[in-house]
Design a protein around this ligand. Structure first.
Ligand code: B12
Length: 348
């Protein structure tokens, strides 16, 4: 359940119509906030307050459940929640950075999950929140304000929070497939999630995605997400994986520092439609460049699209890294996917 209620959710809880809830909020009986899309949202705390002051009859166990949820949401103060409701991504990035520096793991997790619940896309969460916050952490390390060990702890907190976000997303996906997504939507607006088709219970992605030029079959496109050899930065790759998954791709996440020969073997058996590769700081010397070029040419021959992205801090002018597409960030990846593949509908 969200920590904010939509008008519809609140009307269900109180057993009244949505118009009644709107009237209550217009009369100031219950406080509301507006989302970026100008929908009303009711904070859990205000709902509890309203229920008790107005003696609304709600089963005890439901009240207890709400109180439990309130406890778990209390670690994020109202200031941060308002930022989330307004979708102020700069303030969100700053807030994330502060929570990371304080090593406040729970707050980092809550921030990401709330951002997701407020319908920020994975691309926005990574481009506008995680990247700026992590770049600042990098500056702290570069200026010796934090040591390597501290930077590692912060990175691990970030990675764990992303994993939580992924789990949250996946559980929502399986709820949808089971048809229990009815309450997930704002103020009666049709939720985008409902456009998704039901699917079988395997881990394969359900949305039909078809390469424009090729097959129109319902088989999902497979994407392999990998770092090249000697590249240990992979946080952005986790964002790439989530962006692809949320557009219906089946993601095979290979991760950090994979030798090209091993990656090739894996690609032969998994037959992806595209490969996304991250270049943050991998130093591109002549030997690595040769191996990469061989890999790239094999991808081209197999008609597998190769998308690269990252900060390219180790790229040399003499060894320019070629690909089918160089993504500037996750939003540009999203645009590329939409232009080159038939993505049924973004679920975010
Ligand atoms: C976290 C971190 C680490 C962690 C990584 C943990 C992990 N699990 O990923 C650890 C501790 C392992 C690490 C190790 C090292 N690090 Co480091 N690290 C960072 C740090 C602080 C954050 C990186 C990050 O996660 N950013 C968050 C992501 C989301 O942002 P992003 O990379 O910009 O990605 C965005 C876009 O570029 C794009 N994108 C990125 N990749 C891709 C890929 C695709 C396919 C697409 C479509 C898009 C895309 O989308 C993202 C969202 O907008 C950076 C600072 C920085 N400036 O980034 C330093 C930094 C990259 N590290 C640095 C260094 C020096 C190192 C080490 C050499 C340190 C050492 N002596 O051991 C090693 C190198 C290891 C190696 N061989 O790879 C330097 C690199 C300097 C340089 N010129 O090369 C940096 C810049 C720090 C600094 N300010 O000096 N690091």
């Amino acid at each position: 359940m969200n920590h904010y209620f939509s008008t519809r959710e609140l009307s269900k809880l109180c057993g009244v119509g949505e118009t009644t809830v709107k009237r209550w909020s217009n009369m100031g009986l219950i406080k509301h906030h507006k989302t970026v899309g100008r929908h009303r949202k009711f904070k859990l705390e205000d709902v509890l307050d309203f229920i008790s002051k107005n003696h609304i009859q709600i089963p005890n166990e439901q009240i207890e459940q709400l109180k439990l949820e309130k406890q778990s949401s209390d670690n994020l103060d109202l200031g941060a929640e308002i930022i989330l409701v307004k979708g102020d991504t700069d303030a969100l990035a700053q807030r994330l950075y502060t929570s990371l520096c304080a090593k406040n793991k729970q707050e980092v997790e809550v921030l990401l999950i709330r951002a997701f619940e407020q319908k920020l896309s994975f691309a926005t969460i990574f481009d506008k929140m995680i990247a700026p916050a992590m770049h600042k952490v990098g500056n702290l390390w570069e200026n010796q304000k934090i040591c390597s060990a501290e930077e590692h702890v912060i990175s691990n907190i970030m990675v764990e929070a992303i994993m939580r976000l992924k789990t949250r997303y996946e559980s929502l996906q399986s709820d949808i497939s089971l048809g229990v997504d009815d309450d997930y939507g704002m103020d009666g607006e049709p939720t985008l999630y409902r456009h998704r088709k039901r699917h079988d219970q395997t881990h394969r992605i359900k949305t039909p995605i078809n390469d424009l030029e090729q097959d129109k079959a319902s088989k999902p496109k497979v994407v392999v997400c990998s770092c090249p050899e000697i590249e240990h930065h992979e946080i952005a790759l986790q964002g790439v994986a989530l962006v692809c998954a949320s557009h219906g791709f089946e993601v095979l996440y290979v991760g950090r520092a994979v030798p090209f020969k091993d990656l090739l073997k894996f690609i032969e058996v998994s037959e992806p439609g595209l490969v996304c590769m991250l270049f943050t700081s991998a130093k591109i010397d002549e030997m690595l460049y040769k191996r990469y070029e061989q890999f790239r040419k094999k991808m081209a021959r197999a008609k597998i699209k190769l998308i690269i992205g990252g900060q390219f801090l180790g790229e040399k002018k003499s060894f320019p890294i070629k690909s089918d597409f160089r993504a500037f960030n996750c939003v540009s990846l999203e645009q590329y996917l939409k232009q080159n593949f038939q993505v049924s509908s973004s679920i975010l």
